[in-house]
Design a binder for this molecule. Structure first.
Ligand SMILES: *Cc1c(COP(=O)(O)O)cnc(C)c1O
Length: 225
């Protein structure tokens, strides 16, 4: 089920900010409905699920990988992925570069920064991100482009805490914009904000939000036995 009214409401609220419709766990029919309503940017958190859905849907969809990416799976998405939001190591960037080269592409990436208090969320510290950006290895990667940063705030109803986490990330983003400009870095996108917190993220400078449940309804996860 695609919630058309919510989609239209969100579009009115966000202005120039880009919307990635997070379709993980949802059937192809839901994505088709969203496509017909005008959605072209879809976010999936698993490589396998993205690769299974892609052939059943129109070619002009821009596929965003938003979940943790293992190096051995990069090859499956390298031919087509539009933006990888979840880069969390130099090793992963090297593998993306290698696979992108095979397809004669430049793959756009975001560095995922750990801004939440939960232990479970993936991502780099600000210091680790700077280490990557200053590394000489990065200078050799001609088939990737670091387009910006991604972060997920703590899952909490403490809006002040969420605001502070987004604010910190936005400050670091501005710092990167002024400090790092190279042939393969181009800090334009700040991917922050989900169904529960996108208005705060936008107020703090987000350029791209990743919204799932507000567009497709709550997800049901298969129960593990
Ligand atoms: C699932 C997910 C989202 C969307 O979450 P909702 O709360 O359903 O909007 C956004 N970003 C990432 C990285 C996700 O895994």
């Amino acid at each position: 089920m695609f919630l058309l009214d919510n989609y239209q409401k969100i579009l009115r609220e966000i202005g120039q900010v880009r919307l990635v419709a997070v379709s993980k766990t949802k059937p192809i029919s839901d994505l088709q409905e969203a496509y017909e309503a005008g959605v072209r940017d879809f976010g999936e958190n698993k490589v396998q699920e993205m690769c299974e859905k892609k052939p059943h849907l129109p070619q002009d969809i821009r596929w965003h990988l938003i979940g943790h990416l293992q190096t051995n799976k990069v090859k499956y998405i390298a031919p087509f992925v539009h933006l990888i939001h979840s880069v969390d190591s130099l090793k992963l960037l090297q593998e993306i570069n290698k696979q992108a080269q095979k397809h004669n592409r430049i793959i756009n990436c975001l560095l995922q920064i750990h801004i939440a208090q939960e232990e479970t969320k993936f991502g780099l510290s600000y210091e680790e991100a700077e280490n990557i950006l200053q590394s000489s290895v990065l200078q050799e990667l001609k088939n990737i482009c670091i387009k910006g940063l991604m972060g997920m705030a703590t899952f909490t109803d403490q809006t002040e805490q969420i605001r502070q986490e987004f604010r910190g990330l936005a400050e670091f983003f501005k710092h990167c914009q002024t400090k790092y400009s190279s042939f393969n870095t181009d800090f334009q996108e700040l991917s922050m904000g989900m169904s529960g917190d996108y208005p705060i993220a936008i107020a703090e400078g987000s350029t791209m939000i990743r919204v799932g449940s507000a567009l497709f309804g709550e997800r049901e996860y298969p129960t593990r036995v």
